[in-house]
Design a protein around this ligand. Structure first.
Ligand code: C2E
Ligand code: CA
Ligand code: CA
Length: 713
């Protein structure tokens, strides 16, 4: 007898109470290079397998004491016993025994007595099958392990029968126990975050209907409220008939991955000290804004602010103090940008971008400015915000800064170029001194210098009485008689000559000078009324432009009536011109003020009609006398066109509402003919006269003023 010495050879256990059979079997199997051990009873087999599980068991069913069936069943329950191949030996033709053998977990059976060759063959075959199974189990468990590590689970959905099966790993991801999963799609959807549920259900339905792959991210809400992010993928299985049958897919928990992605995104796009966008993100936002019309349809400014001496301060005070200083600067900048006058503009909050673009530089993108020139105001208020010292631990520290500004569109249409230009402007500002700002373009700098001078000069202009009031006649369209006038202000600047109100009214509004200016106009017009009355000229209506800021004054009607009366004017022959925007701002309060003005005797006109929020509804609500059709509509008629549907429509509407109609900017006879044909009442324009100083205006009206005095303007 040659005993195989290879300790790695498979070990077979022969269990039989018959010593002859055991000996014969041992001989056969050892010839086939197996190691063999023997057990004389069922219990002995169990004892053997408990200490050491063989690679295969050959088990006789008929034994005294415990029979083979019981032994087989018990071995299966031992650790490692569920997969060991067990070959059961039954009596000849014993069908019941064969059936029972399988019931108790036998792998195969063989009829006893049997030839050694057949036994060998059967054992070999079973060992091979067992190896394959072991390998498969190994790869399955490796797969399961890989899936566990990847937090990946599988699912299968059969929409036809509303069945959805999920692996234990999926349940784990969903935060539920496998037994609580009810095997339907809605059981899965219940675990999906409520805001994503619809999305997931739709995506599954559509993917199945179209036979396409499914690939989306959604959120999971665990029963304890924890949020997880999963990647949900699936494919449609097609049966032999080409029909969509089921969907198979995976769920992967990607929460940690997303969190690290978010962290990477933050680190590459934000400054870790101030948590503001960094240079990278600033350029990105600027590019987006340019694509959205910045520099073409939207006015805006880009500016770069440099903190003087920041690097030295941070050296001396240490990094922690330096960082704190940056945070305080960021907070102060943010505050200035969100509370300044520009911040009341629609949408300015969301679209303003403040970034830290380098060690000691911040950048700002401010879109939605009414004019590029308004950026100077923002730069000024930012610099002004640095006047208060910063607090660093126990010391307070004065900081200065410079600003370089560049105008998207005029100074470039590329984000990088704009930022570079702002940097160049910044250098120029630094050369000028501390706490200054500079534009990139010379013309802008010149315009801003001019504006700065205007602001300063405007304050003294009132004191030195440098304003003039001009008058432009209002003419009856049919008779061409003069029926009234509009008073228009002019500034006689000592060095710059006559300056148009278009240039200084907005500055006056911003500098809080508009109310004294308006009062000057009222005074002057009232005095003029009195002067002309004293010269025997019959009274005629004079129009005065009221700024929207002035209109907001409390007790407006009382105050202006007092001024007019004090200077000898007559409110009944004064018409106040308001723009549509003024009327619409706070309609309820406006009606009240307008009624008081009417009660004080003033007439009311809507100026520049058609350029604002024209609506019939408010025209009816307000006690308006006159509509002034904006001159842009009249321009159409000059450029070779003989018809203007807009002008016709406004005239029609005004007539229906029984309003007096005046067309502005009439320069040609053709325009006048058109107005005459369509029933406009009066006009104003160069065709009759430009706005003129009082003495020139007097000459005009001496020939053409309607007598007796008109009842309406
Ligand atoms: P507005 O109230 O629309 O005044 C009419 C403007 O059109 C005046 O410009 C006038 O000179 C100009 N104009 C008149 N006829 C013609 C014409 O045939 N062709 C052309 N192209 N233009 C014509 P001005 O005097 O430069 O005033 C500009 C704006 O300044 C005024 O527009 C008004 O909004 C404002 N303004 C003028 N005076 C005052 C004032 O005393 N107070 C206030 N708050 N605003 C004023
Ligand atoms: Ca006007
Ligand atoms: Ca006007």
């Amino acid at each position: 007898m040659s005993h195989p010495t290879d300790p790695n050879a498979p070990l077979a256990l022969i269990v039989d109470d018959d010593p002859t059979f055991r000996a014969l079997s041992r001989m056969s199997l050892e010839q086939d290079d197996l190691r063999v051990d023997e057990a004389v009873s069922g219990q002995a087999a169990i004892d053997f397998a408990t200490t050491r599980m063989p690679d295969i068991i050959v088990l006789d069913v008929q034994m005294p004491g415990m029979d083979g069936f019981t032994a087989c069943q018990r071995i299966r329950q031992l650790p490692g016993g569920d997969f060991v191949p067990i070959l059961v030996m039954t009596g000849l033709e014993d069908v019941d025994s064969i059936a029972r053998a399988y019931e108790v977990g036998a792998t195969d059976f063989i009829v006893k007595p049997c030839h050694g060759l057949i036994l060998n063959q059967r054992v070999r075959y079973m060992l091979r099958a067992s190896d394959t199974l072991t390998a498969l189990r190994g790869s399955e468990s490796r797969l399961a392990q890989a899936q566990r590590i990847a937090q990946l689970g599988g699912w299968e959905w059969d929409p036809g029968h509303d069945r959805m099966e999920v692996s234990d790993a999926v349940c784990h991801i969903l935060g539920i126990t496998p037994s609580s999963f009810t095997h339907t799609q809605s059981a899965y959807l219940t675990c999906v975050h409520e805001e994503d549920r619809h999305l997931v259900a739709n995506a599954m339905r559509e993917a199945f209907a179209d036979g396409v792959a499914l690939d989306l991210d959604h959120r999971i809400r665990h029963p304890d409220g924890t949020l997880r992010f999963v990647h949900f993928q699936g494919e449609v299985l097609i049966d032999d008939a080409g029909q969509f049958q089921r969907m198979l897919g995976t769920v992967q928990d990607v929460t940690d991955q997303r969190a690290s992605e978010a962290k990477i995104y933050f680190l590459s796009n934000y400054d870790s000290v101030t948590h503001l966008p960094n240079r990278n993100l600033f350029l990105h936002r600027l590019t987006q804004a340019i694509a959205g019309g910045l520099g073409t349809t939207v006015n805006g400014v880009v500016f770069v602010l440099n903190l003087d001496r920041y690097c030295r301060i941070s050296d001396v005070q240490g990094t922690r103090n330096g960082d704190q200083l940056l945070k305080d600067v960021a907070t102060r900048l943010q505050h200035t940008l969100t509370t300044g006058s520009h911040s009341s503009l629609p949408g300015s909050h969301e679209s303003t971008v403040l970034a830290r673009i380098s060690e000691d530089q911040f950048a700002v993108l401010l879109p939605g400015l009414p004019t590029p020139g308004d950026s100077a105001r923002v730069a000024q208020s930012v610099l002004a915000s640095f006047q208060a010292p910063f607090q660093l631990s126990a010391t307070s520290m004065a900081l200065t800064a410079n600003i370089g500004l560049t105008i998207p569109g005029a100074d470039g249409t590329d984000a990088t170029m704009l930022l570079r230009n702002a940097g160049i402007a910044l250098q120029a500002a630094a050369e000028k001194g501390r706490n200054t700002y500079q534009y990139y373009s010379d013309s802008m700098n010149a315009a801003m210098d001019f504006r700065m001078c205007l602001e300063q000069d405007l304050r003294t202009a009132l004191t030195y009485d440098q304003f003039l009031l001009y008058y432009q006649p209002k003419v009856d369209v049919l008779t061409e008689e003069i029926v009234g006038a509009e008073a228009l202000i002019r500034w006689q600047h000592p060095s710059r000559g006559l300056i148009s109100p278009a240039e200084f009214i907005s500055v006056a509004e911003e500098e809080d000078l508009i109310i004294p200016l308006s009062e000057w106009v009222l005074r002057k017009a009232a005095q003029q009324q009195k002067a002309w009355r004293n010269r025997g000229i019959p009274p005629f209506p004079i129009s005065i432009n009221l700024s929207s800021l002035h209109f907001k004054q409390r007790n407006l009607a009382y105050q202006i009536k007092a001024i007019v009366l004090e200077h000898g004017g007559d409110p009944r022959y004064l018409e106040l011109e308001l723009t549509e925007g003024v009327l619409m701002r706070d309609a309820a309060a406006t009606v009240g003020t307008l009624n008081q003005l009417k009660e004080s005797g003033f007439r009311l006109a809507i100026d520049d009609f058609g350029t604002g929020y024209s609506s019939l509804a408010y025209l009816q609500k307000f006690p308006i006398d006159t509509l002034k059709i904006d001159r842009t509509f009249l321009k159409e008629l000059r450029l070779g066109k003989t018809d203007s549907p807009i002008v016709r429509a406004i005239i029609g509407m005004g007539q229906a509402l029984k309003l007096h109609l005046l067309a502005e900017g009439v320069e040609t006879q053709d325009q006048l003919m058109f107005l005459r044909m369509h029933g406009c009442h009066t006009y104003q324009g160069y065709l009759c006269s430009k706005p003129a100083p009082p003495d020139q205006f007097l000459q005009l009206i001496q020939h053409r003023l309607r007598r007796p005095p008109a009842k309406s303007a």
